[in-house]
Design a protein around this ligand. Structure first.
Ligand SMILES: Cc1ncc(COP(=O)(O)O)c(C=O)c1O
Length: 473
């Protein structure tokens, strides 16, 4: 098993590819999710310590009979929960090839061609965003890690040891920013939550007020985080205005574009991102809106020198001997990880294989799907929107005739039960958000398979499932 012959590799590969083709071919007809319990799954798994191995078919059988049916089908066209990409066969093959080569992208000499490929791919992303030619960055495990790396660089740039640092971000900002502040010793309590307007965008007046009050109280403002697509509603903060405030108070401007930034490829969304190229750093996730399988996030720094000061570490066992400048390049100087898998391969294969025009077109379709849902809801008398659609996230709730005029608590409770029932039904999958204290059904279109018709089916599913709900809990 450890060292199969070439014929065995072909046999295993054929079984896997056959399985993959069947699985993806049948996906439309599978439930997105099914009711299941931890107990049920544990009972199906053999818990005995594997003293002796089993053959490849035995391993594949467990994957086919237990792992697949007892998983949420993230590639399904009506998987609208969270910020979930579907993955794509091209990237699955890229991951297979990356693991075959098992390149470790620490430093140039460890993986010369893979490192160059990552640099090329990062540079494409830089160009997509419109950053200056000197900007650079690297792939990390996801948006949380990209945010952490950027905040570390921001702190380094301020060079302040008073322990009174403060970060500013709207109350709609993803929790990974507060987590990064905690991990970096800045402290969660030093992330100041700025108010949002009726479109869930940061209120610049409140940002200025908070910074000014903090300065007067002796705090050291050092960073403002702007969202390019919030996790709850997809709101894009006014990036150019935030840049102005950052300049006025000499703050680092970080953009969390983990969910939304690749929508810059879509014609109708582009104007929302004006000013993004002026950020000092940006986090964005190819494993979200480039449809790639986890794990691949990306951080870009306008001046990578700040990141270098934050991350570079000289140790004798990593000292690079006898290399010229280009070949002495080390990714560990720009991010938190040392050993790094060849994440760039799947990003490169996707961008090169599909091309930006097609990707922009598919993202445009995702946006159109969310807008279609919004117009169905607005034309209905039993659904209502809870936030405007900005990108591909839609927040709404069901208020059938018998619920109209009832208390806010009753409407919240009904929608909460509806969400659980919809997830268990399996035809469509939504997640939830709380907006202004109100429970909200929340969906995000992030799949190249999703069509306008899927949005209509979602509404039909909700009406059907709602009818089968008992009148109260
Ligand atoms: C806006 C935003 N930022 C950060 C993250 C964290 O990304 P990841 O799950 O890749 O760590 C998410 C995840 O959904 C997100 O939507």
């Amino acid at each position: 098993m450890l060292d199969p012959s070439a014929d065995e590799i072909r046999d295993w590969g054929n079984s896997v590819i056959q399985f993959m083709a069947d699985y993806l071919g049948d996906l439309h007809d599978c439930p997105v999710y099914r009711q299941m319990s931890s107990r049920e799954i544990r009972d199906r798994l053999d818990h005995a310590l594997p003293t002796n191995g089993i053959d490849f078919n035995g391993l594949l059988k467990v994957f086919r009979e237990t792992i697949i049916p007892f998983s949420r089908q993230n590639a399904h066209p009506r998987m609208f929960g969270y910020v979930q990409s579907p993955g794509t066969p091209l990237a699955a093959f890229a991951d297979l090839l990356a693991s075959t080569l098992n390149a470790n992208l620490t430093v140039w000499r460890s993986a010369p061609a893979p490192v160059e490929l990552e640099r090329v791919t990062i540079d494409w992303i830089r160009q997509i965003l419109g950053f200056n030619a000197e900007a650079g960055g690297l792939f990390v495990s996801g948006g949380s890690m990209a945010n952490l790396a950027a905040i570390a660089a921001a702190r380094q740039a301020k060079d302040d040891s008073s322990g009174r640092l403060r970060i500013y971000a709207s109350g709609e900002t993803h929790f990974s920013i507060a987590k990064a502040a905690a991990l970096l010793g800045i402290g969660r309590e030093n992330v100041r939550h700025v108010a949002v307007n009726e479109r869930f965008k940061i209120r610049v007046d409140d940002l200025v007020a908070k910074i000014t009050a903090d300065l007067q109280a002796g705090h050291v403002p050092f960073c403002v985080v702007a969202n390019a697509g919030t996790v709850n509603t997809g709101a894009v903060d006014p990036l150019a205005e935030v840049r102005e405030i950052a300049d006025r108070f000499q703050l680092w401007m970080h953009v969390d574009g983990s969910y939304g930034a690749f929508a810059i490829l879509a014609e109708t969304a582009r104007k929302l991102f004006v000013g993004i190229e002026q950020a000092d750093s940006i986090a964005l996730d190819p494993h979200k809106w480039l449809y790639l399988p986890v794990d691949v996030g990306c951080v870009i720094y306008r001046d990578p020198g700040n990141a270098r000061s934050a991350f570079a570490h000289e140790a004798e066992y990593t000292r690079i001997i006898g290399e010229e400048a280009d070949e002495a390049f080390a990714f560990w100087d720009y991010g938190p990880e040392l050993s790094r898998r060849f994440r760039a391969l799947k990003v490169w294969m996707l961008l090169k294989g599909v091309g930006l025009d097609s990707l922009g077109g598919v993202i445009e379709t995702n946006l159109a799907c969310a807008r279609h849902l919004e117009s169905i809801v607005q034309a209905s008398d039993d659904f209502e929107m809870m936030a405007p659609v900005e990108l591909s996230i839609f927040c709404f709730r069901h208020v059938p005739a018998q619920l109209r005029g009832q208390s806010p608590e009753a409407i919240n409770a009904f929608n909460e039960r509806l969400l659980v029932a919809l997830q268990r039904d399996g035809s469509s999958y939504l997640s939830n958000a709380t907006l202004g204290g109100r429970f909200t059904l929340r969906g995000c279109v992030l799949n190249y398979r999703t069509t306008l018709r899927d949005m209509e089916i979602l509404i039909e599913d909700l009406r059907r499932v709602a009818k089968s709900l008992p009148p109260s809990a």
